[in-house]
Design a protein around this ligand. Sequence first.
Ligand code: ZN
Length: 275
Amino acid sequence: MRLPGGIVEDGALQRDFAFRPMTGAVELAVGEAGAAQGSLPARVTAALAASLEMVGGLAPLPEVVTGLAVADRQFLMLELAARLAPGETWLTAWCGACSERFDFAVDYRCLTVKEAGAGYPFADVQTGRGPCRFRVPTGADQELVADLDDGEALRCLLACCLVAHDGRMADGRSAWDMVESFSSDDFEAIDAALESVSPEVAVSVQAACPACGALHVIPVDPYRALSGPQGENLLQEIHAIASAYHWSEAEILALPQDRRWRYLELIERARGMAG
Ligand SMILES: [Zn+2]
């Protein structure tokens, strides 16, 4: 699998990535990132920096992870969620047509992904103020505007993404002044141009109500790996294994997830035989 966007290095697009083997230590670090103070983009950065082995051929340092396009970060977070809890996830929805509640399965690896368009990560736009080049928004941009209200966040985001030298356009005007002078037509043109090159991950799934057949589009949280129960479950699992084998916490946390689960099965089976 490859990133829908990728990182440009020396003019070439690098789209490879690899996660670390899923051990308890990685699960714990992701759980801590989820529970940390700070903005959502900052917690996403912490979770990815703790769980990735490599992204775009680079070590997953925070500055590398924040520099990823928003959709790449969503894509990686969905992959992380699938690794933390392999298999399908069951969600519950309410049918507005027949008022029934129903459960449906989601495989977070099967959400629709749109790859970046030609020219990524840049989009050239003919604005009323002349030609402008924008780059697609990254996690760093999201972190910067996380505390602003919607209108201000959009203008700040565009000022960040407007390609300028030392914050200035060719005519000496600042990127901020430029953004302030855009008309609503300009905003629409910029939005359309960025959308055509931006990678995208569908953050909704379709599910049919089993009672009446009505089709629903249900939003899914691309950052659900941050809100998983892994912290609490993990402590219980460490406790069960430590009680049975008297291994240290560090030794148990270093076990790959599937091996840890096999030991838990053995403990359960031994208990069943003893009882
Ligand atoms: Zn229904």
